[in-house]
Ligand binder design. Structure first.
Ligand code: AMP
Ligand code: ZN
Length: 119
């Protein structure tokens, strides 16, 4: 669980409220907070409370959790007023994927029209 990584992982510390974070949603499985370096008017990170390093570390037991991340993203997109015009969901994995924080996170990005790819 996140508590094991509280000293090492910045996202585990946000979940534990021992590091600052603008938390917009939390439940027993999932926490969502605003990215400190937003790339668009709305940029939220949706993460499992459990410390899972990346998509590479997922197992079949995590299938419901991954579904939950997407449904929270859908709910937040609605709340943030993004649903009608659309938004982007991104999961970066490993160095070539551009992952910089080794705690699985789903980026919810919106509020402007975006090109693909972003870089
Ligand atoms: P990634 O490059 O996919 O690993 O994304 C990591 C994201 O986490 C980046 O967009 C960072 O701006 C963001 N980030 C890093 N530290 C924090 C933090 N303490 N609070 C909120 N967002 C953070
Ligand atoms: Zn963590």
């Amino acid at each position: 669980m996140s508590i094991l990584n509280e000293n090492r992982c910045i996202f585990c510390r946000v979940i534990a409220r021992t590091a600052p974070g603008e938390i917009v949603y939390s439940d027993a499985q999932v926490t969502a907070f605003r990215d400190i370096h937003p790339v668009a008017p709305c940029h939220i990170l949706i993460i499992p409370n459990q410390h899972i390093e990346s998509v590479n570390a997922l197992t079949a037991a995590d299938e419901p959790l991954i579904g939950r991340l997407f449904l929270v993203a859908q709910q937040l997109a609605h709340q943030e007023g993004l649903a009608e015009n659309g938004y982007r969901l991104i999961i970066n994995t490993g160095p070539h994927g551009g992952q910089t924080v080794k705690h699985l996170h789903l980026h919810l990005i919106g509020g402007q029209r975006m090109r693909y790819p972003m870089g």
